[in-house]
Ligand binder design. Sequence first.
Ligand code: BV8
Ligand code: ZN
Length: 243
Amino acid sequence: MEKDINELREIITTSNRVTVLTGAGISAESGLPTFRGADGIWRNHEVTDVATPQAFAGDPELVWEFYNWRRNLLSKVTFNDGHKALVKLENHVDDFTLITQNVDGLHREAGSKRLLEIHGNLWDVKCTQCGLLNLDRSQDMGRLPKCTKCEGLLRPNVVWFGESLDPDILGKAFDAARNCEVMLIVGTSGIVQPAASLSLHAKQGGAVVAEINLEKTPQSGHMNFVLTGKAGEILPMLVESLD
Ligand code: BV8
Ligand code: ZN
Protein backbone atom coordinates (compact mmCIF):
# COMPACT_ATOMS: atom_id res chain seq x y z
CA MET A 1 0.00 0.00 0.00
CA GLU A 2 2.90 2.33 0.85
CA LYS A 3 4.17 2.10 -2.75
CA ASP A 4 0.68 2.80 -4.13
CA ILE A 5 0.26 5.84 -1.89
CA ASN A 6 3.64 7.26 -2.97
CA GLU A 7 2.86 6.61 -6.63
CA LEU A 8 -0.64 8.12 -6.40
CA ARG A 9 0.65 11.13 -4.42
CA GLU A 10 3.11 11.84 -7.22
CA ILE A 11 0.38 11.65 -9.85
CA ILE A 12 -2.08 13.83 -7.91
CA THR A 13 0.39 16.54 -6.96
CA THR A 14 1.69 16.88 -10.52
CA SER A 15 -1.74 16.90 -12.23
CA ASN A 16 -3.55 20.05 -13.33
CA ARG A 17 -7.04 18.58 -13.48
CA VAL A 18 -8.20 16.54 -10.48
CA THR A 19 -11.76 15.40 -9.75
CA VAL A 20 -12.95 13.73 -6.54
CA LEU A 21 -16.21 11.91 -5.83
CA THR A 22 -17.16 11.34 -2.20
CA GLY A 23 -19.86 9.34 -0.48
CA ALA A 24 -21.05 8.74 3.06
CA GLY A 25 -17.77 6.99 3.98
CA ILE A 26 -15.86 10.28 4.14
CA SER A 27 -18.24 11.49 6.87
CA ALA A 28 -18.14 8.21 8.82
CA GLU A 29 -15.09 9.35 10.83
CA SER A 30 -17.05 12.42 11.87
CA GLY A 31 -19.43 10.01 13.57
CA LEU A 32 -22.22 9.94 10.97
CA PRO A 33 -23.80 6.58 10.06
CA THR A 34 -23.31 5.56 6.43
CA PHE A 35 -26.22 4.33 4.33
CA ARG A 36 -25.22 0.74 3.77
CA GLY A 37 -23.27 0.64 7.04
CA ALA A 38 -26.44 0.73 9.11
CA ASP A 39 -27.91 -1.55 6.40
CA GLY A 40 -29.58 1.61 5.17
CA ILE A 41 -32.04 1.35 8.00
CA TRP A 42 -33.59 4.14 10.05
CA ARG A 43 -35.96 2.98 12.79
CA ASN A 44 -36.69 -0.21 10.78
CA HIS A 45 -37.48 1.79 7.66
CA GLU A 46 -35.31 1.27 4.56
CA VAL A 47 -33.76 4.67 3.80
CA THR A 48 -34.63 4.07 0.16
CA ASP A 49 -38.28 3.86 1.28
CA VAL A 50 -38.20 7.07 3.33
CA ALA A 51 -36.05 9.26 1.07
CA THR A 52 -38.61 9.25 -1.76
CA PRO A 53 -41.28 11.65 -3.08
CA GLN A 54 -43.88 8.91 -2.56
CA ALA A 55 -43.00 8.61 1.15
CA PHE A 56 -43.20 12.40 1.51
CA ALA A 57 -46.56 12.58 -0.26
CA GLY A 58 -47.89 9.71 1.84
CA ASP A 59 -46.49 10.61 5.24
CA PRO A 60 -44.66 13.96 5.29
CA GLU A 61 -44.46 13.87 9.09
CA LEU A 62 -42.49 10.59 9.04
CA VAL A 63 -40.11 11.95 6.40
CA TRP A 64 -39.60 15.17 8.37
CA GLU A 65 -38.95 13.06 11.48
CA PHE A 66 -36.17 11.31 9.50
CA TYR A 67 -34.61 14.59 8.38
CA ASN A 68 -34.96 16.24 11.81
CA TRP A 69 -33.17 13.19 13.26
CA ARG A 70 -30.34 13.69 10.76
CA ARG A 71 -30.22 17.46 11.44
CA ASN A 72 -29.94 16.70 15.13
CA LEU A 73 -27.15 14.14 14.53
CA LEU A 74 -25.33 16.55 12.23
CA SER A 75 -25.48 19.44 14.67
CA LYS A 76 -23.27 17.37 17.01
CA VAL A 77 -20.52 16.53 14.49
CA THR A 78 -18.00 18.41 12.38
CA PHE A 79 -15.78 17.79 9.39
CA ASN A 80 -12.73 15.51 9.73
CA ASP A 81 -9.18 15.19 8.37
CA GLY A 82 -10.49 13.66 5.17
CA HIS A 83 -12.62 16.73 4.38
CA LYS A 84 -9.71 19.01 5.30
CA ALA A 85 -7.26 17.12 3.05
CA LEU A 86 -9.57 17.75 0.07
CA VAL A 87 -9.60 21.50 0.81
CA LYS A 88 -5.80 21.44 0.81
CA LEU A 89 -5.79 19.59 -2.51
CA GLU A 90 -8.29 22.07 -4.00
CA ASN A 91 -5.99 24.96 -3.04
CA HIS A 92 -3.07 23.28 -4.82
CA VAL A 93 -4.65 22.08 -8.09
CA ASP A 94 -5.43 24.42 -11.02
CA ASP A 95 -8.61 22.69 -12.13
CA PHE A 96 -10.22 20.88 -9.17
CA THR A 97 -13.79 19.64 -8.78
CA LEU A 98 -15.24 17.92 -5.71
CA ILE A 99 -18.43 16.01 -6.45
CA THR A 100 -20.26 14.77 -3.37
CA GLN A 101 -23.25 12.49 -2.94
CA ASN A 102 -23.45 13.57 0.68
CA VAL A 103 -26.13 15.98 1.81
CA ASP A 104 -24.51 16.62 5.23
CA GLY A 105 -22.86 19.90 4.24
CA LEU A 106 -19.52 18.90 5.85
CA HIS A 107 -17.46 19.66 2.71
CA ARG A 108 -18.94 23.22 2.68
CA GLU A 109 -18.13 23.60 6.39
CA ALA A 110 -14.55 22.37 5.85
CA GLY A 111 -14.09 25.13 3.24
CA SER A 112 -14.46 23.30 -0.09
CA LYS A 113 -15.47 25.85 -2.75
CA ARG A 114 -15.35 24.04 -6.10
CA LEU A 115 -18.03 21.68 -4.86
CA LEU A 116 -20.95 19.98 -6.62
CA GLU A 117 -23.53 18.69 -4.11
CA ILE A 118 -25.24 16.45 -6.66
CA HIS A 119 -27.80 15.12 -4.15
CA GLY A 120 -28.45 18.52 -2.57
CA ASN A 121 -27.96 19.61 1.02
CA LEU A 122 -30.26 18.75 3.92
CA TRP A 123 -29.70 22.19 5.53
CA ASP A 124 -31.47 23.83 2.55
CA VAL A 125 -35.26 23.75 2.55
CA LYS A 126 -37.55 24.34 -0.43
CA CYS A 127 -41.27 25.26 -0.49
CA THR A 128 -43.36 22.64 -2.31
CA GLN A 129 -45.76 25.41 -3.42
CA CYS A 130 -43.80 28.52 -4.39
CA GLY A 131 -40.32 26.98 -4.61
CA LEU A 132 -38.79 29.45 -2.13
CA LEU A 133 -35.35 28.08 -1.21
CA ASN A 134 -33.42 29.00 1.90
CA LEU A 135 -30.81 27.75 4.29
CA ASP A 136 -32.29 26.81 7.66
CA ARG A 137 -29.93 25.34 10.24
CA SER A 138 -32.61 24.55 12.79
CA GLN A 139 -31.90 21.24 14.49
CA ASP A 140 -35.63 20.54 14.48
CA MET A 141 -37.83 21.99 11.76
CA GLY A 142 -40.97 20.82 13.54
CA ARG A 143 -43.55 18.25 12.42
CA LEU A 144 -44.70 19.92 9.19
CA PRO A 145 -42.69 23.10 8.56
CA LYS A 146 -44.42 25.77 6.50
CA CYS A 147 -43.15 28.38 4.05
CA THR A 148 -42.88 31.89 5.54
CA LYS A 149 -44.04 33.34 2.20
CA CYS A 150 -47.03 31.22 1.18
CA GLU A 151 -47.69 28.76 4.02
CA GLY A 152 -46.84 25.88 1.65
CA LEU A 153 -45.24 22.70 3.06
CA LEU A 154 -41.44 22.81 3.12
CA ARG A 155 -39.23 19.87 2.06
CA PRO A 156 -35.51 19.19 2.44
CA ASN A 157 -33.69 20.34 -0.71
CA VAL A 158 -32.22 16.90 -1.39
CA VAL A 159 -32.61 14.56 -4.37
CA TRP A 160 -34.77 11.64 -3.29
CA PHE A 161 -34.64 8.15 -4.82
CA GLY A 162 -36.67 8.25 -8.01
CA GLU A 163 -36.08 11.99 -8.46
CA SER A 164 -33.86 13.35 -11.21
CA LEU A 165 -30.72 15.22 -10.32
CA ASP A 166 -30.36 18.88 -11.33
CA PRO A 167 -29.31 18.57 -15.00
CA ASP A 168 -26.95 21.55 -14.82
CA ILE A 169 -25.10 20.23 -11.76
CA LEU A 170 -25.03 16.70 -13.17
CA GLY A 171 -23.67 18.00 -16.48
CA LYS A 172 -20.82 19.75 -14.65
CA ALA A 173 -20.10 16.53 -12.73
CA PHE A 174 -19.87 14.47 -15.92
CA ASP A 175 -17.62 17.11 -17.52
CA ALA A 176 -15.34 17.08 -14.46
CA ALA A 177 -15.15 13.28 -14.63
CA ARG A 178 -14.54 13.09 -18.39
CA ASN A 179 -11.90 15.83 -18.51
CA CYS A 180 -9.72 15.13 -15.49
CA GLU A 181 -6.28 13.53 -15.36
CA VAL A 182 -6.96 11.74 -12.09
CA MET A 183 -10.16 10.95 -10.20
CA LEU A 184 -10.40 9.85 -6.57
CA ILE A 185 -13.47 7.84 -5.54
CA VAL A 186 -13.72 8.14 -1.78
CA GLY A 187 -16.03 6.35 0.69
CA THR A 188 -18.82 5.27 -1.61
CA SER A 189 -20.27 1.80 -2.14
CA GLY A 190 -20.76 2.62 -5.82
CA ILE A 191 -24.40 1.51 -5.82
CA VAL A 192 -26.41 4.71 -6.33
CA GLN A 193 -26.82 5.94 -9.89
CA PRO A 194 -26.00 8.11 -11.74
CA ALA A 195 -23.12 8.97 -9.33
CA ALA A 196 -21.73 5.46 -9.52
CA SER A 197 -21.12 5.79 -13.28
CA LEU A 198 -18.83 8.82 -12.94
CA SER A 199 -15.64 6.83 -12.36
CA LEU A 200 -16.19 4.86 -15.57
CA HIS A 201 -16.58 8.14 -17.47
CA ALA A 202 -13.28 9.31 -16.00
CA LYS A 203 -11.60 6.06 -17.01
CA GLN A 204 -13.00 6.38 -20.54
CA GLY A 205 -11.70 9.94 -20.61
CA GLY A 206 -8.21 8.58 -19.98
CA ALA A 207 -7.93 9.47 -16.30
CA VAL A 208 -6.14 7.50 -13.63
CA VAL A 209 -8.87 6.37 -11.21
CA ALA A 210 -8.23 5.53 -7.57
CA GLU A 211 -10.66 4.12 -4.99
CA ILE A 212 -10.26 4.83 -1.27
CA ASN A 213 -12.53 2.64 0.82
CA LEU A 214 -12.55 0.30 3.81
CA GLU A 215 -13.52 -2.53 1.48
CA LYS A 216 -13.73 -3.51 -2.21
CA THR A 217 -16.75 -2.28 -4.18
CA PRO A 218 -18.35 -3.22 -7.54
CA GLN A 219 -16.15 -0.47 -9.03
CA SER A 220 -12.82 -1.78 -7.72
CA GLY A 221 -12.27 -3.84 -10.89
CA HIS A 222 -11.73 -0.81 -13.13
CA MET A 223 -9.58 1.19 -10.72
CA ASN A 224 -5.88 1.86 -11.33
CA PHE A 225 -5.39 2.09 -7.55
CA VAL A 226 -7.44 0.50 -4.76
CA LEU A 227 -6.34 1.91 -1.40
CA THR A 228 -7.98 0.05 1.45
CA GLY A 229 -8.28 2.07 4.63
CA LYS A 230 -9.88 5.09 6.26
CA ALA A 231 -10.40 8.20 4.16
CA GLY A 232 -9.41 10.33 7.17
CA GLU A 233 -6.00 8.63 7.21
CA ILE A 234 -5.25 8.01 3.52
CA LEU A 235 -6.28 11.43 2.11
CA PRO A 236 -3.96 13.38 4.47
CA MET A 237 -1.09 11.07 3.42
CA LEU A 238 -1.82 11.80 -0.25
CA VAL A 239 -1.57 15.56 0.27
CA GLU A 240 1.12 15.70 3.01
CA SER A 241 3.74 17.00 0.56
CA LEU A 242 1.53 20.02 -0.17
CA ASP A 243 2.28 21.69 3.17
C1 BV8 B 1 -32.39 9.02 -10.74
C2 BV8 B 1 -30.17 12.23 -0.80
C3 BV8 B 1 -33.59 9.26 -12.75
C4 BV8 B 1 -31.23 11.74 0.14
C5 BV8 B 1 -29.45 10.26 -2.02
C6 BV8 B 1 -35.80 1.94 -9.07
C7 BV8 B 1 -36.69 3.00 -8.94
C8 BV8 B 1 -36.28 4.32 -8.97
C9 BV8 B 1 -34.94 4.61 -9.16
C10 BV8 B 1 -34.06 3.55 -9.28
C11 BV8 B 1 -34.47 2.24 -9.25
N1 BV8 B 1 -33.35 1.46 -9.40
C12 BV8 B 1 -32.26 2.23 -9.51
C13 BV8 B 1 -32.69 3.50 -9.47
C14 BV8 B 1 -31.87 4.64 -9.56
C15 BV8 B 1 -31.64 5.14 -8.12
C16 BV8 B 1 -30.60 4.26 -7.48
O1 BV8 B 1 -29.45 4.33 -7.81
N2 BV8 B 1 -31.03 3.41 -6.52
C17 BV8 B 1 -30.08 2.54 -5.84
C18 BV8 B 1 -30.57 2.28 -4.42
C19 BV8 B 1 -29.96 1.25 -6.65
N3 BV8 B 1 -31.16 6.47 -8.29
C20 BV8 B 1 -32.03 7.48 -8.23
O2 BV8 B 1 -33.21 7.37 -7.95
C21 BV8 B 1 -31.42 8.83 -8.56
N4 BV8 B 1 -32.25 9.50 -9.51
O3 BV8 B 1 -31.86 8.01 -11.13
O4 BV8 B 1 -33.22 9.81 -11.52
C22 BV8 B 1 -34.80 8.41 -12.45
C23 BV8 B 1 -35.99 9.08 -12.19
C24 BV8 B 1 -37.13 8.30 -11.96
C25 BV8 B 1 -37.08 6.88 -11.96
C26 BV8 B 1 -35.84 6.24 -12.20
C27 BV8 B 1 -34.69 7.01 -12.43
C28 BV8 B 1 -31.36 9.68 -7.30
C29 BV8 B 1 -30.31 9.10 -6.38
C30 BV8 B 1 -30.09 10.07 -5.22
C31 BV8 B 1 -30.71 9.50 -3.97
N5 BV8 B 1 -30.43 10.41 -2.86
N6 BV8 B 1 -29.22 11.14 -1.04
C32 BV8 B 1 -30.68 11.67 1.54
O5 BV8 B 1 -29.48 11.45 1.72
O6 BV8 B 1 -31.49 11.82 2.48
S1 BV8 B 1 -28.40 8.96 -2.23
C33 BV8 B 1 -27.73 8.52 -0.75
O7 BV8 B 1 -26.94 7.35 -1.03
C34 BV8 B 1 -26.73 9.48 -0.15
O8 BV8 B 1 -26.56 10.65 -0.90
C35 BV8 B 1 -25.43 8.66 -0.16
O9 BV8 B 1 -24.32 9.42 -0.26
C36 BV8 B 1 -25.69 7.87 -1.37
C37 BV8 B 1 -24.82 6.79 -1.82
O10 BV8 B 1 -24.43 6.01 -0.73
P1 BV8 B 1 -22.89 6.06 -0.35
O11 BV8 B 1 -22.48 7.48 -0.23
O12 BV8 B 1 -22.11 5.22 -1.30
O13 BV8 B 1 -22.92 5.46 1.08
P2 BV8 B 1 -22.89 3.92 1.48
O14 BV8 B 1 -23.29 3.81 2.90
O15 BV8 B 1 -23.63 3.13 0.44
O16 BV8 B 1 -21.36 3.51 1.33
C38 BV8 B 1 -20.41 4.05 2.20
C39 BV8 B 1 -19.08 3.51 1.73
O17 BV8 B 1 -18.06 4.11 2.51
C40 BV8 B 1 -18.95 2.02 1.90
O18 BV8 B 1 -18.39 1.45 0.71
C41 BV8 B 1 -17.98 1.87 3.08
O19 BV8 B 1 -17.12 0.74 2.93
C42 BV8 B 1 -17.17 3.13 2.95
N7 BV8 B 1 -16.61 3.64 4.21
C43 BV8 B 1 -17.18 3.62 5.43
N8 BV8 B 1 -16.36 4.24 6.31
C44 BV8 B 1 -15.27 4.66 5.61
C45 BV8 B 1 -15.43 4.29 4.27
N9 BV8 B 1 -14.51 4.55 3.33
C46 BV8 B 1 -13.40 5.21 3.71
N10 BV8 B 1 -13.17 5.61 4.98
C47 BV8 B 1 -14.08 5.35 5.95
N11 BV8 B 1 -13.83 5.75 7.21
ZN1 ZN C 1 -43.88 29.06 -0.40
